[in-house]
Design a protein around this ligand. Structure first.
Ligand SMILES: NC(=O)c1ccc[n+]([C@@H]2O[C@H](COP(=O)([O-])OP(=O)(O)OC[C@H]3O[C@@H](n4cnc5c(N)ncnc54)[C@H](OP(=O)(O)O)[C@@H]3O)[C@@H](O)[C@H]2O)c1
Length: 267
């Protein structure tokens, strides 16, 4: 709750994923009510809601396929309904665009349908969620996109995913200027390989491969990403907009050894 008695709502997409769950927990702990979007895993969404509410924070869940226009609209409607129901005490002060399709088809294999599916979820949904929800955000509100280090190095095996994340970073910079006059900040967090609970993180060869990208070695935990999100949403980051915050362990630095085609080839 803010000093003036208003409560602040954070809309968080991909809340059932390995990173999204941790973002929800930590953003709630930092003082936000949560609207958590999920796609297919209702049980995980309900478990997250119980956990956040057991810790005395409000959490609502909304199902949506964000690759569709209707899915984007239903998340916006759910947020706007929460705001309307609060009689002016709840403000939409944060949006975290975290939902995504990961990895992705290679340069040789990608089809038009693949390309469109990745772009729809990873780039189009963040664009239109930002456009629509920002209309009801007050000055001081903040948007954080989750990008990927893959937008910064070549990995032709995951080229479509990388292209979609490069679009997210262009969205970050351009919408930061578009929204600056309204006092809304826009930033991105850039994870490298992060243990999201996927079985790949139990395969030593795959973990060795993923660790070889980071100059700090190893892979990240979802907490590293979530803490960066909390910082960017907070007033501590009041002078930070249009920035790309790297939590990849330095995966974007320097030359690396021989690459596999994609981590998918090691699963
Ligand atoms: N993990 C990494 O190594 C890594 C590295 C760099 C960047 N990132 C970025 O970090 C973010 C979170 O990744 P993660 O590792 O937590 O992924 P994850 O565990 O696979 O979670 C993906 C999330 O996206 C949701 N989702 C999938 N398809 C959807 C759709 N059509 N509409 C709406 N939601 C959909 C899933 O919902 P359901 O579970 O309900 O279906 C889930 O909540 C992503 O933006 C990713 O690109 C991750």
């Amino acid at each position: 709750m803010k000093h003036d008695g208003t409560r602040q709502l954070a809309v968080i997409t991909g809340a059932t994923g390995g990173i999204g769950k941790e973002i929800c927990r930590r953003v709630a702990m930092s003082g936000f009510d949560i609207l958590a979007q999920y796609h297919s895993d209702r049980a995980a969404a309900e478990a997250l809601q119980r956990e956040v509410e057991d810790n005395q924070h409000l959490c609502r869940i909304v199902q949506a396929d964000l690759a569709s226009e209707a899915g984007v609209a239903s998340v916006c409607s759910a947020a706007e309904a929460m705001r309307a129901d609060s009689s002016g005490t709840l403000e939409i002060r944060a949006l975290v665009n975290n939902a995504a399709r990961l990895l992705g088809p290679s340069f040789d294999e990608a089809t038009v349908a693949d390309f469109d599916a990745y772009m729809a979820l990873n780039a189009r949904a963040p664009f239109f969620l930002s456009q629509r929800l920002s209309r009801n955000m007050p000055p001081g509100a903040s948007i954080v996109h989750i990008s990927s280090a893959s937008a910064h190095f070549s990995s032709p095996g995951d080229i479509v995913y990388a292209v979609s994340k490069a679009a997210v970073e262009a969205l970050t910079k351009n919408s930061a200027e578009a929204l600056a006059a309204r006092g809304i900040r826009v930033n991105a967090v850039v994870p490298g390989f992060t243990n999201n609970g996927h079985s790949a993180f139990t395969i030593p060869e795959a973990v060795r491969y993923m660790s070889s990208f980071a100059v700090l070695g190893g892979v990240a935990s979802p907490t590293h990403v979530a803490d960066a999100v909390v910082f960017l949403l907070s007033d501590t980051a009041a002078r930070t907009t249009g920035s790309i915050l790297d939590v990849s362990g330095g995966s974007m630095l320097g030359a690396r050894g021989p690459r596999a085609h994609s981590v998918r080839d090691l699963l």
